[in-house]
Design a protein around this ligand. Sequence first.
Ligand code: HEC
Length: 313
Amino acid sequence: MSDEKGRPSGWGSEAKGLANRFAIGSGVAVTFLLFGLIVIPALVRERRPLARPPSDQPAAASVGWLDQAEAPASKGRDLPPVDPATVMTPNPKLLGRGEVLFKQNCSSCHGESGQGNGPAAGTLNPRPRNFTQPTDWKRGFHVTDIFTTISTGVKGTGMAAFDFIMPADRMALVHIVRSLGSFDHGAEDLNALEALANQFRSRGFHIPNRIPVSLAIKKMVKEQVTVPPLQAPSAEDKSASAELLRLAIADPTRAARTVAATANRNDPVAVARAWAAGAPDNGFAPAVAGLDAAQWREIVRALVGTKEEARQP
Ligand code: HEC
């Protein structure tokens, strides 16, 4: 009321003060409570790593084969039996799955329509197979041949072993690969088909231990591939590009292997990231960590070159 307004002191104002303090206090308490109930759990949820789909369940929203390939290391295991009837011949469910898997794992090299002209085909030699034609197949285009190719890869080429893809899913891919070529795939080898069906029927499949592709490339760089070492720029060459190469390359032999094992060469940013991440094991100097985008573009251009340059011996 208005008569209370002017009152300088007394019980009323004390009570008011108390009430105010109580209001403020409970306001703060409620804020803390809300913070505790809503904000903190949200933050915790935010910081938890995103749940990855188990490897036999690639998410439709997954970004592509790089994603699959960089899935974390996992231990090998035996798989339960699969009814061969669900995988040996195409059915709509299998083909739907195959299409997703093909986009994620294969089209980067083999192209969306299987012509061997995907964006990562780049300077691969040999070229990714063209699935639309019956020519040039090395392993063959029968069901069992393609299954073997996908399972074991082709050693010494860009065609890796996709043994981390479940066997039933590899069959989905087999049917997609075949569907991309409208030529006559010929009579199947019935014995080979029966052997494969039996593997599905029994507990014949084992998924091996799996490591991310970047690690595999590191190992490969260390172990096998033989390519001539990179040519050092001549001492008289004082161009910016030569200076950069001298700075970036610590071990020309290893760096040459790294360059040879690089898949998506058409994307200088991805290439730079991969090379920088592998230094110094991969032959690049630790100093590359400090290079900027333009310098990287220059190095990638010098080492990978245009498709035409790179094809020359
Ligand atoms: C990094 C590039 C790359 C990716 C990704 C890739 N391939 Fe290949 N693939 C190749 C290359 C290169 C060859 C040719 C090998 C050769 O000529 O020996 C090839 C060959 C093949 C062949 C034919 C082998 C033959 O008989 O000639 C099949 C089938 C095949 N790939 C299936 C697949 C499938 C299915 C996927 C996805 C799961 C896939 N590839 C992913 C590069 C790739």
